[in-house]
Design a protein around this ligand. Structure first.
Ligand SMILES: Cc1cc2nc3c(=O)[nH]c(=O)nc-3n(C[C@H](O)[C@H](O)[C@H](O)COP(=O)(O)OP(=O)(O)OC[C@H]3O[C@@H](n4cnc5c(N)ncnc54)[C@H](O)[C@@H]3O)c2cc1C
Length: 485
């Protein structure tokens, strides 16, 4: 079997390795000169900026890729568990250190609202049930036939998947601040907690099960380890070339064409590139059936991301590795981003400080950061060449006030990415940060299928297909692939 994988995100790399382990002859093609997709690395003047994923959960899914070839993960990567997973900070200065230490968790909950301790215990128990079904049982099941979905519906309804994560959490927790903390997980995979199906409440339990890890040397170090493994296993890697066309005949895959006009024949093409963009721009099939057209048209896309990477000439030692700062009007802010598609000054943001754990990420005596602000995707038609700099200044002002005093005068290196980068450089529709939203009507069978219903030999892995975005999600999508191919 000759298989071509388009794209080198975590999903694409995992697919290439899993197919290689099944004796396929595999070629992986990446548009950029470096691998990783959203997990690319930007190195500048001694600073190492991980482009995207920083919170590593379910590490066994990464380790498995090495173990497929009887290799020891420790010889390639080094994952370290973090003690404090997230520090949440509210506008009134209240801090909450979220971790796997249940005693500390309950102590802090009790301080905010003692009546919510019991609700928290019940919530964790319920998310375990969701996790057992949604992750353990279903994350690597191929949902390419309606019957598979129909069979699961009664169980999913019993788990209240018609509710949103926020509404599920609110049925156990009274205090608004605790509700925000315990329902924020959909934001990690591009969803609005107020509309994302409560199935994603499983992330709360997934974190508790395996902890939150950091990859020493940055997430890019995992990509480097996987690249080394792919080379050892003779996977053919083509970097710096874009696939411009997927060639098919009578709805059967024949191969792909590169930007240099080279044609590579293949039995299977596995797209790690964003499914809607693939269907619209790469396939030479002009006519899709009406059910598929309807399904694609009604899709709702995840938020966009403004990511500001910066290095400082001093260290901010009291800032945690992962900080989430909530704005005052959190719900309104999310509504503006997801529904009204407009910017709002009352931002919430996530601040990443890898140098809190790993001094190799910045020159000595310096600190390395990125701050991520959720923004509308490019359906908004926002001109980022104007708004980008405004958001940069807004977020610097906000961080100076609450977290990083005198930040502006200490910045020695910086750059930012907007939804334009995600659209033009990573080829995602509307520059969404995480492909399509994780809503119930866009989950499992209702997502883009791992095995295309349009063309024989065409497959998908990565954020836009089942089970969804986030590193564990896209690694699981490659497990689905290896079951069907
Ligand atoms: C800023 C940010 C922070 C995040 N933080 C976390 C986190 O902490 N934890 C977590 O678990 N998840 C996180 N995520 C989500 C996670 O990073 C993604 O869901 C996941 O990495 C996406 O992987 P993927 O396999 O879908 O491929 P992608 O990373 O989307 O890669 C797709 C690749 O395909 C290539 N490509 C596209 N079209 C073509 C073509 N025509 N020819 C050749 N190549 C092509 C692109 O260049 C790209 O390299 C974050 C995401 C972002 C953006």
């Amino acid at each position: 079997m000759k298989s071509v994988v388009i794209g080198s995100g975590f999903g694409g790399i995992a697919a290439a390795l899993r197919l290689k382990a099944k004796n396929h002859s595999v070629t992986l093609i990446e548009k950029h000169p470096d691998l990783g997709g959203r997990a690319r690395v930007f190195k500048k003047n001694g600073f190492t900026f991980d482009g995207g994923p920083t919170v590593i959960t379910a590490p066994y899914l990464i380790n498995e890729l090495f173990e497929l070839f009887n290799k020891k993960p420790d010889n390639y990567i080094k994952l370290t568990p973090l003690k404090t997973w997230y520090r949440f900070i509210f506008e009134d200065g209240l801090k909450f250190d979220y971790s796997g230490d249940e005693i500390q968790m309950k102590k802090q909950i009790k301080k905010i609202n003692k009546d919510d301790v019991k609700g928290y215990e019940e919530l964790v128990k319920f998310t375990k049930k969701i996790f057992d079904k949604g992750f353990t049982e279903l994350a690597d099941v191929p949902f390419d036939k309606p019957l598979v979905m129909i069979k699961q519906l009664p169980a999913l309804l019993k788990l209240k998947s018609y509710k949103s994560v926020y509404s599920l959490v609110s049925s156990y927790i009274r205090n608004e601040k605790l509700r925000r903390i315990l329902s924020m997980h959909p934001l990690l995979v591009g969803g609005n907690p107020f509309t994302t199906t409560s199935i994603y409440g499983l992330i709360l339990y997934l974190e508790k099960k395996w902890g939150i890890h950091y990859s020493m040397g940055g997430t890019g170090h995992i990509i480097n380890g996987l690249e080394k493994l792919m080379k050892e296993e003779n996977i053919n890697i083509i970097k710096g070339h874009e696939v411009t066309n997927i060639i098919s005949s009578s709805n059967k895959i024949k191969g792909i064409k590169l930007d240099n006009q080279k044609i590579i024949n293949a039995d299977n093409v596995i797209c790690n590139a964003d499914p809607p963009a693939v269907y619209e721009k790469l396939l030479d099939i002009q006519k899709f059936n009406s059910l598929f057209i309807w399904k694609k048209k009604r899709m709702q896309y995840s938020m966009g991301l403004f990511v500001y990477y910066f290095g400082t000439k001093k260290t901010y030692d009291d800032v945690e590795h992962h900080t989430i700062k909530f704005g005052e009007k959190y719900k309104e802010h999310l509504d503006d981003i997801f529904n009204k598609k407009k910017l709002n000054d009352d931002i919430s943001y996530y601040l990443h400080r890898p140098s809190a754990t790993d001094s190799s990420m910045a020159p000595m005596g310096h600190d390395c950061f990125y701050v991520l602000v959720p923004v509308p995707n490019n359906q908004s038609k926002i001109d980022w060449s104007i708004e980008g700099n405004k958001i940069k200044n807004l977020v610097i002002d906000k961080m100076e006030q609450s977290l990083l005093p005198n930040l502006r005068e200490n910045i020695v290196e910086d750059f930012y990415l907007t939804p334009d980068y995600f659209e033009k450089e990573l080829n995602t529709k509307y520059g969404s940060g995480f492909s399509i939203q994780p809503k119930f009507t866009q989950s499992a069978y209702f997502r883009f299928h791992n095995k295309s219903e349009i063309c024989d030999g065409l497959y998908f892995v990565g954020a836009g297909t089942h089970p969804g975005a986030g590193v564990p999600g896209v690694l699981s999508s490659a497990k689905v692939l290896s079951k069907i191919l």
